[in-house]
Design a protein. Structure first.
Length: 429
């Protein structure tokens, strides 16, 4: 296929980072050239396998020499990479349910992130094995006053819910990714709209996305309650699921920026992603750093206003013993710094700026999970240890291998999507 990118005349021009100009969202594009699969080298994949193997060895050593600390490392790193995969899947579903055009050029990257979900399901026994070491309710002899809570927070019920949630997410991910790849081969006839019925949601992808989003809202909230909130005795929050979702969504956009910039620099996206697409991503990243701090403040304000011992215990643990410095870092890295820097329209096309902000947010998301887990286990601030390095290498290797597997086997953009041309040209309405 060949591509035609003829700029329209008489439109407002926006400066590129290299000093040239382009018309924002007004490019005349007739066709889009298929950039093909990403040429990810065998050597790089071998390095990922090596990282995974080293991580597995370190975790096995941790089980022998530091059995409690190793499970703390497992849950932090397991949840971090799971959140990145779930964020990718949510972006895919959101595109279908909202019938958006701007995000089509990035959808294959989000799908690649979501392709890790079956691997997360396979690795879920690690989460189940960690439960007796991390949760007060899993300790021998502990009983709640209410019988139904004793049943709900039992190891058997916990393991069942963990497997069920991950299986549901992996199944939806397989459906969306499979249909997208099939669309590349067969064109848009697999996603035809029919008169009447659901209007914009008349496509099968749209209907399944409309089903997935409320299912995800319920399962993700319950999973956060199981895996994170139930770790602290006597504390609960109706805002916690929303807080975790806000962090997931912000981190998903940050990862999308990192992968899109990296792939564009290497030429893996052809001429498809341009500076005005960077502006779109930077705007979303800017918007959701505001959403993140809003939800975080709401949770803080409600707990502060209620001033009840069982509520304030959450922040008391996380603002004492040196953990307050991590809280301050999260406030700066997840909101203040990206909010101020990305507010400027001119910097939104500068790769070094948006890339550094994206990396900062990803690091902050990892620290956020660390900050949620570790103060429950350690009253004083504790730095990551070699078990954290082992867990990170294991899950990073598994995640990166999943992403690279999809990208090197299929086109780096959904070339069969009829909205791709308008997405490349910036015609979103």
């Amino acid at each position: 296929m060949s591509a035609s990118t003829i700029p329209a005349h008489g439109k407002e021009m926006d400066p590129r980072s290299d000093g040239t100009h382009f018309p924002m969202g007004h490019l005349e594009v007739a066709t889009v050239a298929d950039p093909g699969p990403a040429p990810i080298s065998k050597g790089f994949r071998q390095q990922l396998w090596a990282a995974l193997a080293i991580g597995a060895v370190l975790l096995l050593l941790g089980v022998k020499f530091d059995p409690h600390r190793v499970w703390e490392s497992v849950i932090v790193n397991y949840l971090f990479f799971l959140i990145l995969a779930l964020g990718g899947l949510f972006l895919v579903a959101l595109e279908y349910v909202a019938s958006t055009t701007w995000s089509v050029v990035f959808r294959r990257i989000a799908e690649a992130c979501a392709s890790y979900l079956p691997v997360a399901f396979i690795l879920s026994p690690l989460l189940m094995l960690a439960a007796p070491h991390l949760y007060f309710w899993a300790r021998h002899g502990f009983h709640f006053h209410r019988a139904e809570k004793n049943w709900y927070y039992s190891l058997g019920a916990f393991d069942f819910r963990t497997g069920l949630f991950l299986a549901i997410w992996a199944a939806f991910g397989a459906f969306f990714i499979g249909r997208s790849l099939r669309q590349d081969r067969e064109g848009d006839q697999i996603n035809e709209r029919h008169p009447g019925g659901w209007g914009k949601l008349s496509s099968k992808n749209g209907r399944m996305a409309a089903l997935y989003i409320p299912v995800f809202a319920v399962t993700f909230t319950l999973a956060c309650a199981d895996w994170l909130m139930s770790m602290q005795h006597g504390w609960s929050s109706s805002m916690f699921g929303v807080y975790a979702f806000a962090g997931m969504f912000e981190a998903a956009f940050a990862l999308l920026v990192v992968l899109a910039v990296t792939m564009r620099r290497r030429g893996w996206l052809g001429q498809i992603v341009t500076d005005h697409h960077y502006v779109d991503l930077a705007r979303m990243l800017h918007a959701f750093c505001i959403f993140m701090v809003y939800i975080g403040f709401e949770q803080y304000f409600i707990i502060w206003y209620s001033n009840q011992n069982d509520e304030t215990a959450f922040f008391h643990r996380r603002l004492m013993g040196g953990w307050n410095w991590m809280f301050l870092f999260l406030l700066l890295a997840k909101w203040a710094v990206p909010f101020v820097i990305l507010m400027n329209q001119k910097v939104r096309t500068k790769e070094p700026v948006i890339l550094s902000m994206a990396w900062l947010i990803l690091i902050a998301e990892y620290c956020d999970i660390y900050w949620l887990v570790m103060p429950v286990q350690h009253a004083s601030f504790t730095l990551p240890t070699w078990t954290d390095l082992g867990a990170f290498l294991l899950f990073f290797g598994a995640f990166a291998l999943s992403v690279s597997r999809l990208l090197r086997r299929h086109s780096t953009v959904p070339i069969g999507d009829p909205k791709l041309v308008n997405s490349v040209a910036g015609r979103y309405l």
